[in-house]
Design a protein around this ligand. Structure first.
Ligand code: AMP
Ligand code: MG
Length: 331
């Protein structure tokens, strides 16, 4: 399995840093490996210790969310739920339940393009180890029968899975949740603004944080093709180029269509702007599955949300970005 983390780039980082020092005395930035990806956190605050504390706080939140929601860590509440006997209520805590409830809502709002019960398919396609092979028809049908949001129940900080073999994967939404929590925590310790990038999920907040987000060409992920202005809020990009398995010389991307069991089409990317990163993250994954026409229609129907879908036939944006998003020019 190869992995490239290129989804979003803040191309005006220099401009932001200069603007930030005009409004705040101190500015601190760190890059660390967290949640299976690379995270960059920048904070500005009245003094150096506060800026440093804000950055440390954000990374502590990322580690905390990972300890709750990772399916790579067998001890996380989510892994314990996945391993529990069928239909057994498992105490998973308030935060996991909050994200599960949000994931259920997005599943319904996107006609099942997003679905957190997708883990059996993720495993079948070889994204959790083993040699990737093209699944047989019966194996695909068996995994698909376990992808069923109606068999996930959440109540009173507990959850249960009502079909044997079902398993949850919050990889399409947990980073967004972690970003929202991290920003709240940074504000609590005195940050006046910041820019956070968690593996293709971006959050910008505070005075002087106006920036432009660069969107890469899914066919050439090292090339920016579009910029979108962002003064505050979240942006998430999903693309099959971010992570894929190769079978018989053909690349199959990590975002799967829960309705067919097959990977969503390659060569596309979906970028979603929203006030909260949790929604941007989940909706970007869903929009990638839905494709250009249905994806844009779905995004248009959600108040406060805008999006960009890039495919082989060009760039399409939601109505709120017409005339705002512009072609990228080399700086
Ligand atoms: P993202 O990078 O946010 O688009 O999330 C992709 C990750 O979410 C994958 O690596 C899987 O772990 C998981 N996933 C794949 N397909 C879906 C889907 N249709 N709905 C929800 N999660 C998915
Ligand atoms: Mg996502």
């Amino acid at each position: 399995m190869r992995r490239q983390i290129v989804g979003l780039l803040v191309i005006s980082a220099l401009v932001m840093a200069v603007t930030a020092t005009e409004v705040s005395a101190a500015d601190h930035q760190e890059v660390r490996q967290v949640m299976g990806t690379l995270a960059t956190v920048q904070a500005w605050a009245p003094d150096d210790p506060m800026a440093q504390a804000a950055v440390d706080t954000a990374f502590a939140v990322f580690d905390h969310v990972d300890s709750l929601m990772s399916t790579w860590n067998g001890n996380s509440p989510l892994s314990r739920l996945n391993a529990a006997p069928v239909a057994t209520w498992i105490p998973v805590g308030h935060e996991v339940c909050h994200v599960l409830q949000a994931a259920i809502k997005v599943t319904h709002d996107t006609g099942g393009a997003f679905n957190p019960t997708v883990l059996p398919l993720v495993k079948l396609w070889g994204f959790r180890g083993g040699t990737p092979t093209l699944p047989s028809g019966p194996a695909l049908a068996a995994a698909l029968s376990l992808v069923d949001i109606s068999q996930l129940q959440v109540a009173d900080d507990q959850a249960r899975l009502r079909r044997s073999g079902m398993a949850l994967d919050l990889g399409g939404i947990a980073k967004g949740y972690a970003l929202d929590r991290a920003v709240a925590a940074m504000l609590r310790v005195g940050a006046q603004g910041g820019v956070l990038d968690l593996g293709g999920n971006l959050f910008v907040f505070g005075q002087g944080a106006e920036s432009e987000v660069g969107i890469v060409d899914p066919a050439r992920p090292e090339t920016l093709i579009l910029t979108v202005p962002l003064s505050s809020g979240a942006v998430a990009t999903s693309g099959q180029y971010e992570r894929f398995v190769t079978v018989g010389g053909q690349a199959y991307g990590h975002v799967l269509d829960p309705r067919t069991g097959w990977p969503a089409a390659s060569g596309f990317s979906a970028t979603v702007l929203a006030p909260q990163a949790l929604w941007a993250d989940a909706l970007a994954t869903a929009a990638l599955v839905l494709g250009v026409e249905s994806g844009l229609k779905m995004l248009e129907g959600i108040p406060g949300v805008e999006g960009v879908i890039v495919g082989p036939d060009g760039i399409e944006v939601t109505s709120g970005l017409v005339g705002v998003a512009g072609p990228h020019r080399a700086q």
